[in-house]
Ligand binder design. Structure first.
Ligand SMILES: CC(C)(COP(=O)(O)OP(=O)(O)OC[C@H]1O[C@@H](n2cnc3c(N)ncnc32)[C@H](O)[C@@H]1OP(=O)(O)O)[C@@H](O)C(=O)NCCC(=O)NCCS
Length: 259
């Protein structure tokens, strides 16, 4: 007997909204489940000391920062309050200096993180690796970010494990692709999983540009960077997939992990 095919549109009533405070807990649950076993998370955290409470507090700070300074979208299905979450930081021209407001928001973030560390400690975070990662990421971005108007940067994308492979990630990403394409601005992301993520993102018109290995001598993690060009803009001159480098500074981008 033939195996029944999965429905072509398993979520006809999928709703995508901007993240609101009431969605944060469900969004965090989805992120934590989606990243269980992720190579980057396993490298940067000592899992034997991992504190889910500290991680929850850290992600809450990130989500609130994202609501104020970024663009956070959540996918809701009738069965699940947060089937997926995508956090983006909008483009900033490469030569543009941060504004006073950016500076103030960064300080606020820093104080909140300090409060969190005072309360929960590091929760298994390998701080040395955190700074190695930030340095590598900064070098990676400096080498592949060539568009003068900047990039839409997707720094969190997580689909609940029970909802993966059902088209939700693509729909969630389309919210920003539509804006980016109309502005003529490319999109950017980094993944620590080559398989299957590079293939998945290629389906969303990203191209693999460069990888960087973060290695502290005790363990390594590789970041794969991908760019999605705006329609009609080829992105020639950027690094090719053959380029790769060992990790090498600076900060400047808000990510999913808090030092
Ligand atoms: C990676 C992730 C965000 C993708 O979201 P998703 O909802 O599962 O992906 P979609 O169902 O929208 O799939 C998009 C496309 O990739 C294809 N695809 C999905 N899973 C695939 C797989 N395992 N292998 C190959 N292709 C796959 C789909 O068929 C679809 O192609 P189509 O446009 O031709 O139909 C999600 O799987 C996830 O959260 N993974 C764990 C956490 C993670 O790795 N996050 C990303 C960090 S960068």
């Amino acid at each position: 007997m033939a195996t029944p095919k999965p429905p072509t549109n398993p979520h006809p009533t999928l709703e995508i909204t901007k993240l609101e405070a009431a969605d944060i807990d469900a969004a965090i649950e989805t992120i934590q489940l989606a990243f269980a076993g992720d190579p980057f998370a396993d490298w940067i955290y000592d899992r034997s000391k991992f504190s889910s409470k500290r991680n929850h507090a850290s992600l809450t700070i990130r989500m609130k920062w994202g609501m104020r300074n970024g663009h956070v979208y959540v996918a809701h299905t009738p069965e699940r309050k947060c089937a997926g979450v995508a956090m983006w930081v909008g483009p900033r021209p490469l030569e543009e200096k941060p504004t006073w407001d950016d500076w103030w928001q960064d300080w606020m973030l820093w104080f909140r993180q300090l409060g969190m560390n005072t309360r929960f400690g590091r929760g298994g975070l390998r701080v040395k690796r955190y700074y190695l990662w930030k340095e590598s990421q900064s070098k990676l971005q400096s080498s592949v970010w060539t568009n003068p108007e900047g990039y839409w940067f997707c720094n969190i994308l997580a689909i609940h494990p029970t909802c993966q492979g059902q088209g939700i990630g693509k729909k969630l990403m389309n919210e920003v692709f539509d804006i980016a394409d109309s502005e003529g601005i490319p999109c950017y992301l980094e993944s620590s999983k080559f398989e299957p993520n590079v293939k998945i993102y290629e389906k969303m018109k990203f191209r693999f540009v460069k990888e960087v290995k973060c290695d502290d001598g005790d363990g390594a993690c590789t970041l794969f960077s991908m760019i999605r060009d705006a329609p009609g803009k080829g992105g020639e001159g950027e690094s090719s997939s053959e380029d790769s480098e060992e990790s090498g500074g600076g900060d400047g981008v808000v990510n999913a992990v808090t030092p």
